[in-house]
Write a protein that binds this ligand. Structure first.
Ligand code: 4NP
Length: 161
């Protein structure tokens, strides 16, 4: 958002499960690493605008020492100018983000969160836990922590994302 601070936006379908968790985890890891990073999250859809994260994801976060308290908002074409990089959670998110991007050049800012996994090399998305059970929320958070650790480590080491 500002000129010299790296800014990252995390996007999923509803902005109440995966992306507010990614927002909270990357925020905490960056703080722990003393990195000054601008972080936010947003939805593809408009259904949950203004809502706190899903109570199941909030409870899952609490079990792992996080406080997920983002208020959902919808991604906008302006976000492609405000943020350096925009991370989607699955291939559908990427396709939707390409549609929202104001130009082809802006599409180059889009990344797949799962491409930063190292402990789960066979996993090519962060699956949507919304219609799942507690175990699905736990697995989503486990994946998010894996990717977030590598994203923050690359930032700390000055490596490209
Ligand atoms: P999220 O999960 O994309 O990880 O926030 C979802 C939340 C809500 C809906 C779908 C996915 N929904 O259809 O309302």
């Amino acid at each position: 958002m500002s000129q010299n601070k790296t800014s990252l936006l995390f996007v999923c379908l509803g902005n109440i499960c995966r992306s507010p968790a990614a927002d909270g985890v990357v925020r905490k890891f960056a703080l722990d690493a003393n990195l000054d990073v601008e972080i936010d999250s947003a939805a593809i859809g408009s259904w949950h605008i203004g809502s706190l994260p899903d109570s199941r994801m909030r409870a899952c976060g609490r079990r792992h020492g996080y406080d997920f308290s983002h208020r959902a908002r919808q991604v906008s074409p302006l976000d492609f100018d405000r943020f350096d990089l925009i991370f989607g959670m699955d291939q559908q998110n990427l396709a939707d983000l390409r549609r929202v991007a104001p130009s082809q050049k802006h599409q180059e800012k889009i990344r797949l969160m799962a491409n930063f996994l190292t402990d789960h090399p066979a996993q090519n998305s962060i699956p949507d836990p919304y219609y799942g059970e507690d175990a699905d929320f736990e697995f989503a958070l486990e994946l998010i922590e894996d990717a977030a650790r590598n994203i923050v480590q690359r930032l700390a080491n000055g490596k490209p994302l």
